[in-house]
Design a protein around this ligand. Structure first.
Ligand code: SF4
Ligand code: SF4
Length: 458
């Protein structure tokens, strides 16, 4: 790893009190990936990223800005900053929303630096029993649809019997740790007792003149998505069928690994990546496209080439896999579809999911498609590109900042005048809907595919 002999003044980060230039002798040095470290060097401290950073604009602390965090991470790698609780707190408060990357004129690939730092810091951290339990639920429960369905079943039964609301009203759940209360709050009021799996094959319902499917598509249904938002998965498939696509759902696909990757569990993330590559590229007919409708998962799938870059067997396959990945709106837009024939007479506003806009750089297609829907009025949303605080599992691990950001988002939605907010991410939908409920604000969340389904399929 490159080591510099002279370091910038620590005055760049105010209020940390953790380091001083040249104080690295005898201190821990966090050995970062060379690639990630070198990219940190391209930060010229211009500060252009500060006004787009949700945490910095919320609390005004340099140490909660991209520039401050880059300084800390580079300092950890140089041995001039120590991984104290205070430093870790500022790094943990980052949403990994990547808004800073979109605006950065120096091309700093911030998320790789952050994710590598988090992975390397993991062994140095102390977790409470509750933290360990919550993390275990994320890593081993949320990522397995069968386990998630089993965990949900008692709640669904209580909901069907009308007892769940009574339990909430009684205040019993307030005795739970904050993360569990947040999970309970995010749970939709209703849903099927046991979500059915998708079929393995869906033929096109419309064909090109020569009788061939317009495109062969393999659907990535997601782990949380296939339990909580299977309806959106079905509508995704039906819209693609309607537009002449043949859709398959690989039986052996698994979690995208984003939860593991963001938690610094890179080994688990790499295992998921290999399993998905086998499941999708090993299909009898290699699909032209691998489609998903959850921005966080799509961003995770697009990280496979980075995750497996040192894997001799999978590196090339991962590049091939990533070249086929599309968000559903990106794919529909690419297919140059006809104008939809059914009007949707509604007024909506649109929230940009960070992992679609910033991580996948695919923020335009949903709006381009929605703008073609007859009768649909789209009103502007102030700070539409600001994170809502969901950010994967951030709203469960950093509930206070997540709540502040959700309140800011909901205020902006109310000011837009629309009562329907559309977004391409199940995590954002659950965060905004649950926080609106807590605040007593009436609003509905929808996925763009739900509107496109009404417009195309009827
Ligand atoms: S915009 Fe880029 S170069 Fe400027 S401070 Fe932020 S990360 Fe550094
Ligand atoms: S990823 Fe988002 S929260 Fe983190 S430093 Fe960049 S803009 Fe701020």
């Amino acid at each position: 790893m490159t080591q510099t002999s002279s370091h910038e003044s620590c005055t760049v980060v105010s209020g940390l009190g953790e380091s001083s230039p040249g104080s690295h002798v005898g201190l821990d040095i966090l050995k970062l990936d060379d690639h990630a470290y070198d990219r940190a060097l391209s930060c010229v401290h211009c500060g252009l990223c500060l006004p787009v950073c949700p945490t910095y604009t919320q609390n005004g602390l340099e140490s909660d800005s991209p520039r401050g965090r880059i300084y800390m991470m580079k300092g950890l790698a140089d041995g001039i900053v120590q991984p104290t609780d205070n430093v870790i707190k500022h790094l943990d408060l980052c949403l990994d929303c990547q808004a800073c990357e979109t605006i950065c004129p120096s091309g700093v690939v911030y998320h790789e630096l952050l994710e590598d730092t988090r992975a390397k810091l993991k062994p140095k951290r102390h977790f409470s029993l509750t933290d360990k339990l919550v993390q275990s639920i994320f890593l081993h429960g949320f990522t397995k649809p069968l386990r998630l369905k089993l965990m949900l079943l008692p709640v669904r039964i209580l909901q069907k019997l009308g007892l769940w609301k009574m339990i909430i009203k009684s205040g019993m759940t307030k005795a739970l740790p904050a993360q569990f209360q947040k999970m309970q709050q995010m749970l939709p009021d209703d849903g099927p007792l046991w979500e059915r799996a998708l079929n393995a094959y869906y033929p096109p319902t419309d064909h090109l003149r020569d009788g061939k499917p317009r495109a062969t598509v393999a659907m990535f249904a997601g782990c949380v998505g296939s339990v909580m938002y299977q309806d959106v998965n079905r509508k995704t498939i039906e819209v693609l069928q309607h537009l002449g696509c043949e859709v398959v759902v690989p039986r052996k696909s698994t979690c995208c690994g984003a939860i593991h990757h963001h938690a610094g569990e890179d080994k688990g993330a790499r295992d998921f990546a290999r399993q998905n590559i086998k499941a999708f590229l090993g299909l009898k007919k290699t699909p032209q496209y691998i489609v998903n409708n959850i921005a966080g998962c799509g961003a995770g799938l697009r990280e496979f080439d980075h995750l497996l870059r040192d894997d001799a067997k999978y590196a090339e396959k991962a590049v091939d896999f990533v070249s086929r990945v599309r968000d559903v709106c990106e794919l529909i837009d690419e297919l140059d579809p006809p104008t939809p024939s059914h009007p949707v007479n509604k007024t909506i506003t649109y929230h940009h999911a960070c992992h679609l806009l910033h991580a996948q750089k695919a923020g335009d297609p949903p709006l381009r498609l929605l703008n073609r829907v007859m009768g649909l009025k789209i009103v502007p949303l102030e700070e539409a590109d600001f994170c809502c605080g969901a950010a994967g599992t951030y709203n469960l691990t950093q509930p206070e900042m997540a709540m502040q950001l959700a309140e800011r988002k909901i205020r902006n939605i109310q000011e837009s005048g629309a009562s329907i907010v559309v977004m391409s991410n199940v995590g954002c939908a659950m965060q905004i809907a649950s926080e609106a409920k807590r605040l007593g604000v009436t609003l509905t969340t929808e996925h763009p595919v739900e509107i496109l389904h009404r417009a195309y399929v009827g």
